[in-house]
Design a protein around this ligand. Sequence first.
Ligand code: AMP
Length: 559
Amino acid sequence: MTSFLAFAKLCQKVEAISGSLEKIDLVAAFLAGLDEAELPVASSFVMGTLFPPSLDLVIGVGPSILYEALAKACGCPAEQISEMLRVTGDPGLVAAGIVEKRRPLGFAAFLKAEPLSIADVYERFVAIARASGKRSQDAKVKNLQFLFSQAGSLEARYIARLAIEDMRIGIGEGGVRDAVARAFSKSGADVENVERAYNLTNDMGLVAVAARRGTLAELSVMINHPIKMMLAQLGESIPAALADIGTAAIEWKYDGARVQIHKEGDSIRIFSRRLENVTASLPEIVLAARQITAQSAILDGEAVAIGKDGRPMAFQEILKRFRRKYNVEKLAAQIPLRLFLFDLIYLDGKSVTHLSLNERRALLEKIAYPALLADQVLSDSAKAAEEIYRQALNAGHEGLILKNPTSVYAPGKRGKNWLKIKPVMETLDLVVIGAKWGEGRRASFLGSYRLGCRDTATGNLLDMGFVATGLTDEALAELTEMFRELILLEKGMEVEIKPAVIFEVAYEEIQRSPNYSSGYALRFPRMVAVRDDKSLEEADSLERVVSLYKGQRGRGDSA
Ligand code: AMP
């Protein structure tokens, strides 16, 4: 049996080195030495995943539960914990620090605790995830408290990070995939077959065990195991996309949220784009899926919220539906969803991913009513595609997806077989009015910036939310230095900044938002440049934001 301490030591080493090849080597050597019960747990843990999505287990531990458990396990006041968090920005380091200073707990301190094994930690996490009902918070705290009371400081560091599913050791899915391939190369594992198996099953534990046994090729699509969704690449233009694809399957790019539906008899499970089980939140999609006339199927599609005017409602409204756990029916009445299916992954016991889109679509048409299907037109005419594009935008949707009708379903791949065509949004020049300190390694940098647009009537700057820069550490350090001089006020992790600097910002879409004083927010904002050349008066006004908002997808003045 391998101790959790050995796993924590591995994590510490992986965290400390910067080279990704060395990280992969370390993880590979560790995984190769585990027994078959520990291997699935450790290979998921190392990438910060506690349970594969097929298990339907969610740990449900946030900062308050974590800190309560630490305070109880170590007899330390909660204020001290918050203060440490403010300084380090890292719950793992906080847990390690608190456990280090743990008050001896009387008689118990003389009893030598059994060292925690990897399996012990896993079992406690399962118990935490299973805790439900009124007393679930207490049960979660107790189990976590037990782990902290048994752990040394290094173990505590990684127990805390696992509990909030954020390992911060610089190895993700890709790195662990490479490590599994390396660990079991003698059994025939390589990067390609490990990746294929992972994209199909989303269960690194299952994949690692199959890699060791030399049975990777036997893993396939399984009902109730969400599979990574095929994604679309941004196409340059309609003519360019058609030149690439030739005759294309042309579909609207619906303005909704992706759903992957697993049907087995009457049992329906729905997974979101992030592969979370959202079945309970989407009763009308469950009903729609029951109408599929196949015994078992995995279907791919988009859930769209349709407003009273028949147009799609804003994306945030759909997210409300996806997140809602209680009083679902009430919200469903306000934000009704409609399903548009565009692909088929599995049918009556067999994967159909190897079939062409044309063939999959033909099968889909046999098992689904036309009203459940996304419209599709096969054409190589730019004129025809432009017309469908215009219709999609007029109907309030996002644009088009042009698909290669001969292509297979490629799980997890963003490739040229699906090209999305969307209107290009103009950038906005906005004033930086605040910022947030980073976390962990970036605790000494201002990492995200609050943006404002100008209210021409009053001269005030109106809040439009944050942009994270996506800059290198070096560039961030420079930016932080520049803004340090402009800090007006510190409030916890946030600072208020004297308006002086303009960021040019790109985004996917402008959304209405009651959370900000401008009434608008940017979806997926990205910093394009610091516009030193622009003065504050040249920042964009609320009027421009509103006019860009109205120009989106033929919203006109009504929205
Ligand atoms: P993006 O999120 O911009 O990468 O665009 C890809 C997303 O568009 C997919 O994940 C789907 O949620 C959505 N989508 C809307 N309509 C379609 C369609 N007809 N085919 C595929 N994806 C679609």
